[in-house]
Design a protein around this ligand. Structure first.
Ligand code: IMP
Length: 415
């Protein structure tokens, strides 16, 4: 058996899509276990560039089965568009399985999110993620298995309508929504099934299973900068929760981090640079949201946050992405501790007012001038870039196995 997890170590957008697509070359199954269309996993290959919102990146490979596990919330309307885009690009139609226990995102979940003020306050992706998970917890949700029973769907929609009726929101038309769900079911019923059983059987048979995390550790509902987080479990702990396999079956836990830090949406970000550096990183790194197009906030690498991510996830190795974006900078700063009030702090705080007022304490490292997108081995990197990678390894006590030097699959160094 071989289970490999790809987990975001920062606030998401670390380049997990590219990595998942690369590693899926040797995988039989690729599993998304959390979130939904709030993710925008970018893959660049011979067909062009595509942003996937539900399907795991590996599902783009023939022979690799994509699993949308029960920890996800899935918008059937967006999923259909995603499949149409894949077809439009002339790609092979992916093989995928939707968990019968995954919950459906309904149009009214998006309206609820917009109407509640939460979307603006947190800076959500406005995809209805929070309300869909909330309805699941309230036991009002509709699961994909339920689509086989029209009475259950109608009954559940009526309950939701009554529970969330709001005079300022246009009322949902339950019958129209029900009909669209039944149409979806008629087309996709063969792709709805027991994802937990499928994954466990694959592991038992010695197949390679890749678990593709969405968002990052600091957006986790429990471990993140609450309430500025998403509504699911984005860490390695999301795998037992969202797939139903024990963590012990995940042998490798790859922590993915950018060579700097970004965050999209509201919430604290101690090493954020709102000046020229932030702008430079955004422009050079193309730091605009793949789902919403929003400019991402940018800053230096934050080791306080990364040590915390390491503690939470127990990474066995690291992948550092977008190292090329730092080329040409005379020096590189790394946040090694926070100043909160008059105290120096090494640990990532839980209290929002502490993270919000934390000032970074930086160490300065030499930069490098050369462009590095052409480097294919570690030896081809300038000494300062190699030293930066070694510095990250030493600081976190785990090997960096993969270094990204550009968006294309070949722009990757395996160490
Ligand atoms: P939601 O997941 O749409 O509810 O948004 C909650 C927070 O998570 C917001 O700050 C979003 O910007 C952020 N977020 C959600 N998905 C992603 C992602 O895939 N990458 C980066 N940030 C995300």
């Amino acid at each position: 058996m071989s289970g490999i997890a790809i987990i975001g170590a920062q606030w998401g957008d670390e380049g997990k899509g590219k990595l998942s697509h690369l590693l899926s070359e040797r995988a039989d199954l690729v599993v998304r276990f959390n979130g939904g269309p709030n993710a925008g996993h970018t893959v660049v290959d011979s067909f062009g560039e595509i942003h996937l919102h539900h399907l795991p990146a590996g599902a783009l490979r023939e022979g690799c089965l994509g699993i949308l596990a029960h920890g996800m919330v899935i918008d059937p309307w967006v999923l259909r568009e995603e499949l149409q885009e894949i077809e439009r690009q002339g790609r092979p139609i992916p093989q995928f399985l939707i968990s019968e226990r995954a919950h459906v995102i309904l149009p009214y979940h998006k309206e609820m999110e917009l109407g509640s003020g939460i979307a603006k306050a947190i800076g959500t992706t406005r995809r209805g993620i929070g309300p869909a998970y909330a309805d699941r917890a309230l036991r009002l949700g509709i699961r994909f298995a339920d689509l086989a029973d029209q009475d259950i769907v109608r009954d559940r929609l009526a309950h939701m309508e009554a529970a969330h009726r709001n005079p300022v929101r246009p009322p949902m038309d339950p019958e129209r929504v029900a009909q669209e769900l039944f149409e979806f079911y008629a087309v996709f019923k063969e792709q709805i099934g027991d994802s937990q059983g499928t994954v466990v059987q694959a592991l038992d048979a010695g197949r390679t299973v890749l678990f593709e995390g969405a968002q990052g550790t600091l957006l986790d509902i429990d471990f993140g900068t609450y309430p500025y987080v998403t509504s699911s479990h984005t860490t390695v702990h999301g795998i037992p929760w969202g797939v139903g396999v024990p963590t012990a079956r995940v042998e490798r836990v790859i922590g993915v981090l950018k060579a700097y830090t970004t965050r999209v949406g509201e919430g604290p970000f101690p090493s954020e640079d709102v000046g020229r550096l932030g702008e430079l990183l955004r422009e050079r790194g193309g730091e605009y949201g793949a789902t919403t197009g929003r400019p991402r906030r940018c800053g230096w690498l934050d080791l306080v946050a990364l040590r915390y991510a390491q503690r939470v996830n127990g990474f066995t190795e690291l992948a550092v992405t977008k190292l090329d974006v730092l080329s040409g900078l005379p020096e590189i700063l790394v946040c090694t501790a926070y100043r909160i009030g008059s105290e120096r702090r090494e640990e990532f705080p839980a209290l929002l007012s502490e993270v919000s007022t934390a000032r970074p304490i930086y160490e300065r490292l030499p930069g490098w001038r050369e462009e590095i997108r052409g480097a294919r081995t570690e030896e081809e990197l300038p000494e300062e870039a190699r030293a930066y990678i070694r510095y990250i390894e030493d600081a976190l006590g785990i090997p960096v196995r993969i270094v990204g030097v550009g968006p294309k699959p070949e722009e990757t160094i395996f160490r």
